[in-house]
Design a binder for this molecule. Structure first.
Ligand code: 4NP
Length: 156
């Protein structure tokens, strides 16, 4: 099983959206038996919560299933168990490297590194701005490229 873990700060807005969107694309490609998708936060404030209302609203509009998604914090074993750790912004990537405490982090990358010619490097945090639409568009487009990248690299 290839394991992909999306990471943001709170695990209620961006990374659960990426988890649901990417899982949908994996399912549509018939790869759900090969690719496992999860998400987590670098912070612990929202552990146990369902995704933010803004994330749920846009997923509902796009008819993307988010059932069973519940916030959790990144754990040490995520670094050994995940094949791809995809951070939503550069602060998340920096915090992941700190949380790893010396464990391998070569598999940590930024989601928008997969989006060609992106005008953003970081997926903007919608928690305060409320702009879930731009977050969805960035996640949707980059997840297509991420899935293509993983398929080529893993020969699946
Ligand atoms: P996320 O958004 O990292 O995309 O889930 C945030 C959620 C919560 C907070 C900040 C960002 N917070 O400060 O509680």
């Amino acid at each position: 099983m290839i394991k992909v873990l999306f990471v943001c700060l709170g695990n209620i807005c961006r990374s659960p959206m990426a988890e649901a969107v990417f899982r949908g694309k994996v399912r549509d490609s018939g790869l759900e038996g090969l690719i496992e998708v999860d998400s987590a936060g670098t912070g612990s404030w929202h552990v146990g919560e369902k995704p933010h209302a803004g994330t749920r609203k846009i997923l509902r509009q796009k008819r993307i299933d988010d059932s069973g998604i519940e916030a959790r914090q990144v754990r040490k074993q995520d670094f050994s168990e995940s094949d791809y750790i995809i951070a939503m912004d550069s602060d998340n990537a920096r915090d992941l490297i700190k949380l790893a405490g010396g464990l391998k982090t070569e598999h940590v990358s930024l989601l928008l590194d997969f989006l060609p010619e992106s005008e953003f490097r970081d997926v903007p945090d919608p928690y305060y701005s409320g702009n879930f639409q731009i977050v969805y568009e960035l996640i949707d487009r980059s997840c297509d490229h991420l899935l293509q990248y993983i398929r080529e690299r893993e020969q699946i």
